[in-house]
Design a protein around this ligand. Structure first.
Ligand code: HEC
Length: 143
């Protein structure tokens, strides 16, 4: 497997006011760096169309085939949505969804967590992964 030295982080710029759906008003200012790539949340919103088949993301939205993804970036793996039936395989991974983890997950969900019910082939394009992670981060609650 290709190893990527992943340095990542969230660069937060600007005042963080919440909008009605729990989204950060300074969303477009928020960038996520995955490896050497900087994610663009606007491009990420277009990538997220593929995820919408199974996921909502608004603060008050319900779980559908997959768990609502509100505040998933840096959140605990398989714990945020207590009413969602996460697989034992995903729960066993534990830890948090930092950008490196999300990157590996979105590249190949079944590769990272054999037995997961996320039936999604994965995004082979690293820039698309960085973009969609940046989009997810616009729904990150400030902590
Ligand atoms: C075919 C349906 C489907 C698609 C498409 C899909 N997912 Fe999922 N996703 C799931 C399911 C089901 C789970 C729960 C998996 C488990 O419990 O093993 C999940 C779990 C997740 C999790 C972990 C959530 C948590 O609370 O720990 C993240 C993050 C995630 N998906 C992101 C995405 C993103 C981003 C996309 C689009 C690039 C996407 N998913 C596409 C069905 C899907």
């Amino acid at each position: 497997m290709r190893r990527i030295g992943v340095t990542l982080g969230l660069m937060l710029v600007g005042a963080c006011q919440q909008t009605g759906d729990g989204r950060d008003a300074a969303a477009v200012e928020r960038r996520v760096v995955v490896g050497t790539l900087t994610g663009d949340p606007v491009a990420g919103a277009r990538v997220f169309v593929q995820c919408k088949a199974c996921h909502t993301i608004g603060a008050d939205a319900v779980d559908t085939d997959g768990p609502n993804l509100y505040d998933v970036v840096d959140g605990p793996v398989a714990q945020r949505r207590p009413r969602f039936a996460y697989t034992a395989a995903l729960q066993a991974m534990g830890g948090r969804w930092d950008a490196a983890r999300l990157d590996a997950w979105l590249r190949a969900p079944q590769g990272l967590v054999p037995g997961t019910t996320m039936r999604f082939a994965g995004l082979s394009d690293a820039q698309q992964r960085a973009d969609v992670i940046a989009y997810l981060a616009t729904y990150r609650r400030d902590r």
